[in-house]
Design a protein around this ligand. Structure first.
Ligand SMILES: [Zn+2]
Length: 235
């Protein structure tokens, strides 16, 4: 059972859930997904988009396609530089630009710790609908173009492990364990840093209080520095 959550952005409240990711052998990953019909939506598109974005952020990904969560519709989300999140419904590539065989090491939330060098066009001309069903056309390059193409593949039932030769795949697989350990270390460090930062903010606040107290010459009891390990860490 999934837990329903909600978050406030401005004066709007969005309901969502954190999806469970399907495992890498799941059939849904190799199945072409269905168009998302805005006239007769199978799921509330806003709920779906926010849930996918929150799930992507929770797992530290830059993109996530609905089938990776067992939802077989043509929808994916991605994060663009600057922290902006996009939900792309019924996405299409209408043209390519730049180097047609630009190489880049890709990861995938369905194959954590597996990095494969994949060649794809450097920039893409795309069409998609946002979560309200409005159509957009755009030209994307860099990481956004890369992510768009990787996620669009997912909607067609294509996973990146089928885009490299056997030798490269086997070689990359031998590094998964080490990569996963590295990822865990990074997450632990991130958590520790957030805890230290919160403690320092408390100390800084105490210092300010002390300075003010000295100016007006009164005694103020020490504020305890509370470092709470249970508090969720954002980012
Ligand atoms: Zn992927």
């Amino acid at each position: 059972l999934s837990e329903k959550m909600s978050k406030k952005v401005g004066d709007k409240t969005y309901e969502y859930e954190i999806y469970k990711l399907v495992d890498q052998f799941s059939d849904v990953l190799t199945t072409r997904t269905q168009d998302f019909d805005f006239a007769n939506p199978p799921i509330d598109p806003i709920y779906l988009a926010v849930s996918l974005l929150e799930t992507m952020i929770k797992h530290g990904g830059v993109g996530l396609a609905a089938p990776q969560c067992g939802v077989s519709y043509r929808v994916f989300v991605m994060g663009a530089p600057g922290g902006q999140g996009y939900a792309c419904f019924n996405p299409k590539i209408t043209g390519t630009r730049g180097n047609p065989e630009s190489a880049f090491e890709e990861g995938c939330l369905s194959f954590k710790g597996l990095y494969l060098n994949i060649k794809r066009p450097e920039a893409v001309e795309v069409e998609y609908q946002d979560m309200y069903g409005n159509k957009h056309t755009q030209i994307w390059d860099g990481l956004t173009a890369r992510t768009f193409q990787h996620e669009l593949d997912h909607l067609n039932g294509v996973v990146y492990t089928t885009l490299v030769d056997r030798y490269s795949l086997d070689k990359a697989k031998t590094k998964v364990k080490t990569n996963l350990k590295k990822l865990q270390r990074q997450r632990d460090n991130h958590e520790r840093q957030a805890i230290i930062q919160r403690a320092m903010q408390t100390v800084a606040a105490q210092k300010k209080v002390d300075e003010l107290a000295a100016q007006i010459n009164i005694d103020i009891p020490d504020i305890n520095v509370v470092v709470n390990n249970d508090e969720p860490v954002g980012g």
